[in-house]
Write a protein of this length. Structure first.
Ligand code: SAH
Length: 259
């Protein structure tokens, strides 16, 4: 299909998919951090149902699947990511326990109180932290767990440049104590909270992005949208190295309150 036949939106989504598909993960994180978050969860058996929301190509899902029992459904709204997700699951021989489906996080295809664990790394911001926590809670069994990573402010005040960047990108970024309060208000007991080490950004996110940027520019020579995407990715990296003491990702593990 030529590009003229596609809407701009579709075309941009395809570029985003192209860019991130070459990376094992589509957000900051690492296998070690996924396992650390998993270590706080103690309710899983072979019968457990787990959802990984905004799973991308499944870097973290496959780590989870190799270390936790149960059936895992990965959900993402980009079909290209789900295609790669299912291919990754097959290549690792996990296809009987791990299935990727296309869907939207604001309309999840699960039954009330059927899930034992909701996982979501670097993705809940797409629906908003508070809204995601509130809406997803109903799908969890009482006593079920949620494990999400989300961007946080590490200080109460910060330089204008980084504040302005985040206010344009995601106004719901907040300080960790405020985020813990939101978790509690949404009906969960906070179980553990830890900040992702900066290597989750530098080694596992920005380093592979260098190659992904080159591949994208070579594939779409002269394409303005591709150039903008690459410029954004570079800008994100520059800002992080300049301001990493002010913000980063935090992992929150919490349990649905069961009275
Ligand atoms: N969890 C993965 C991907 C994080 S990037 C990782 O840590 O590597 C955020 C993901 O959310 C992307 O894969 C994007 O396609 C997906 N996403 C964005 N909006 C969504 C929505 N409304 N519903 C489902 N997935 C969504």
């Amino acid at each position: 299909m030529s590009n003229e036949n596609k809407t701009i939106h579709e075309f941009e989504l395809n570029l985003i998919c192209d860019f991130f598909s070459t990376m094992e993960r589509q957000g900051p994180g690492s296998p070690e951090v996924t396992l650390k978050a998993l270590s706080f969860i103690d309710n899983l058996t072979e019968k457990s149902l787990i959802a990984d929301i905004g799973c991308g190509t499944g870097g973290q899902t496959m780590v989870l699947a190799r270390h936790a029992p149960g059936q895992i459904t990965g959900l993402d709204f980009l079909p290209g990511f789900i295609h790669l997700f299912n291919r990754n699951a097959r290549q690792l021989g996990l296809q009987d326990r791990v299935k990727g489906i296309v869907g939207s996080m604001d309309n999840l295809p699960f039954q009330a109180e059927e899930l034992d664990l909701i996982w979501s790394e670097g993705a809940i911001y797409n629906i908003g932290f508070e809204r995601g926590l509130n809406e997803w809670c109903k799908y969890l069994k009482p006593g079920g767990y949620i494990a999400v990573s989300e961007s946080s402010w590490f200080t109460d005040e910060r330089p204008a440049e980084i504040n302005d960047f985040w206010m344009a990108a995601y106004t719901e970024i907040d300080t960790i104590p405020n985020q813990i309060a939101k978790i509690h208000k949404a009906g969960y007991l906070p179980v553990a909270t830890f900040i992702l080490p900066s290597t989750c950004w530098t080694e596992h996110y920005f380093a592979p992005a260098v190659t992904a940027r080159e591949v994208l520019l070579n594939k779409h020579v002269g394409n303005k949208t591709a150039e903008e995407l690459v410029a954004m990715s570079r800008h994100e990296e520059v800002l992080y190295s300049k301001y990493k003491e002010y913000y980063g990702y935090t992992f929150f593990i919490a349990k649905k309150i069961d009275l």
